[in-house]
Design a protein. Sequence first.
Length: 256
Amino acid sequence: MNQQIINTISSLLIKSPKTDQELSDMIGVSRVMIHKWKKCQVKKIRKSNLVGIAKAVNHELKILIDGSIELIPIDNQIETNENAVDSKDLVLKALDTSTMHNKWLQIELEEYKQKILDLEKQNIKLKENYKYNNFTLKEQIETYKLILEIDSEEITHCTQLFADLFNKSSKYLIGKKILRLINKKDVWRKNILVSLPRKEVQQTMMTRKTWIVGSDYMDCKFIMLMASNLIMIDLKKSTKDKYEKDNIFYKNLSIK
């Protein structure tokens, strides 16, 4: 926007006999914004606000052929001579102004829609970067560990020892959904946990219990990672006896 227009608007607002509150009510903006306009502390003014400003300071807003904007004072005196503007012309001018205002609003709406789309794309990128880069797993000789995203159930990190359970490389498993991670025999356990209050679920998951992972009995500990949507699963080799004892624990949960 031309700085000259901003300066003109600033001057008109300062000269206006109306208070900042009256101006803000007429234009539909805050008093802080009125103050910024008066002090020329903005780089541009929304087109949808220009019509309101013009009306508030008793001016007519015109768009010239080159797209520039002009503010023309409105004479408060009703002219009676041959140059007077009749009521029909006034109505047509009002319609032109209204049409122009609606066009600007439509343009601004499209601009905001595009901004929202751009922000959503940025948000997806940030989530991806956060998901795959924010956590690391130390490779230890006897460590079966993985980090899983709760909603998508995709693996974001895992140790090679865990990947060996599936005869795959750890790099191959990143971003994959491991459908065999919870054995069909343990689906009923998962359903019980889903039905519990969140706090109780976290306490239960923090307690090591044996689940069937792939085809192996693994002593599992589920750890929520900060406030993220990630969960770390720490596994150790276990036994069938331990698995059957832990079945009793989960069955007791369902009795509650």
